[in-house]
Design a protein around this ligand. Structure first.
Ligand code: SF4
Ligand code: SF4
Length: 253
C-alpha cells in the first residue's frame, strides 16, 4: 500500500506530452515555498475551508460541501495502475505517467511496484524529485527525471528546506552517471539568496541535464496552508524583469 493525495489527469506541466500525475504523500524536506504543503506530512490530514461551510452541523456524517476534506488515501499499485490505464488512450507518442508529490522516492517499494506495472503496460514513466533520496534501482526504470536544485549554499538550503544540500548535489552527480535524461529546475523565490548562477554552472557540467528551467514562485499553496492551519510563508511572486534577468542561466541542450 502507498499513501497518495491525488491522481491528476491530463497534466501538461509534469513532463513531455499529456500525462497522468500521481501525487505521493510525504516528503523528508519541508520547503517554506512548497506549493503542495498537504504532501509534506506522511500522515492523513484534515483540510478545512471555512468559506465552503454551510453550517449543516453534520460533520460526523462526512462533509459534502467540500469544507472538510481528508487528505491522504491508501492505494495499492494495482489500484493506481487501474486509474492510469483510463488515460492511456490520450498519451500519444510522448505522454505517460509522472510520479510526483511530496517525494515519491520516500515510498520506494510502492513507487517501484507502480513503475514496474506501468512499464509492463508499455507506459512511459517519469518522476519529479528533490533528489534528497537516491534509489538507482527505481531511477533506472524511468524514462526521464525532473529534479529540483533549489539553493546553492547548503546553510541557506537548510534554513529554507530543513536539510542541507550536500547529499542532493552528490545525487545529481550519481544520476549523471546513469545516463537518464534530467530536467533540472529551480523555483525562483525573490527573498532567498539562491545562488542561481552557481546552480546553473554546476548543472552545465552534468551531461545528463538536458535542460535547466527557472520556475517563478507561485503562492498556490497558501490556500492549502490556511486549510491546514499553517501560516503563509510571505514570499512574493518574482516580476517579469527578474525572471528575464535570471533567464540567462536557464539552458536547453
Ligand atoms: S459537514 Fe461540512 S458544511 Fe456541514 S457543518 Fe461540517 S464542515 Fe460545515
Ligand atoms: S521537496 Fe518538493 S514536495 Fe518536498 S517540501 Fe520541498 S517543494 Fe514540497
Amino acid at each position: 500500500m502507498g499513501m497518495i493525495t491525488d491522481i491528476q489527469r491530463a497534466s501538461l506541466h509534469d513532463g513531455y506530452g499529456l500525462r497522468t500525475t500521481v501525487f505521493f504523500k510525504g516528503c523528508p524536506m519541508s520547503c517554506m515555498w512548497c506549493h503542495n504543503p498537504e504532501c509534506i506530512s506522511f500522515d492523513k490530514q484534515l483540510l478545512y475551508y471555512p468559506e465552503k461551510c454551510i453550517g449543516c452541523g453534520k460533520c460526523d456524517q462526512g462533509c459534502y460541501s467540500g469544507a472538510k476534506v481528508v487528505c491522504g488515501k491508501e492505494m495499492t499499485p494495482d489500484q493506481v495502475l487501474f486509474e492510469i490505464l483510463q488515460d492511456r488512450p490520450y498519451y500519444g507518442d510522448s505522454g505517460g505517467v509522472t510520479f510526483s508529490g511530496g517525494e515519491p522516492f520516500a515510498q520506494p517499494d510502492f513507487l517501484y511496484e507502480c513503475v514496474k506495472l506501468c512499464r509492463s503496460e508499455g507506459i512511459s514513466t517519469a518522476a519529479e524529485t528533490s533528489l534528497v533520496i537516491y534509489n538507482e534501482e527505481i531511477l533506472g526504470e524511468l524514462d526521464f527525471v525532473m529534479a529540483d536544485l533549489k539553493v546553492w549554499d547548503s546553510d541557506i538550503h537548510r534554513e529554507y528546506t530543513g536539510v542541507g544540500n550536500e547529499g542532493i548535489l552528490e545525487n545529481f552527480m550519481k544520476l549523471n552517471g546513469l545516463g537518464i535524461p534530467v530536467i533540472a529546475r529551480t523555483p525562483v523565490i525573490p527573498e532567498v539568496d539562491q545562488g542561481i548562477e552557481h546552480i546553473s554552472e554546476f548543472l552545465q557540467g552534468l551531461k545528463s541535464v538536458i535542460r535547466y528551467e527557472l520556475l517563478p514562485y507561485h503562492p498556490l499553496g497558501n490556500a492549502k496552508r490556511a486549510a491546514l492551519n499553517q501560516p503563509a510563508p510571505g514570499f512574493t511572486v518574482p516580476g517579469k524583469e527578474l525572471m528575464k534577468e535570471l533567464g540567462r542561466y536557464a539552458f536547453i541542450r
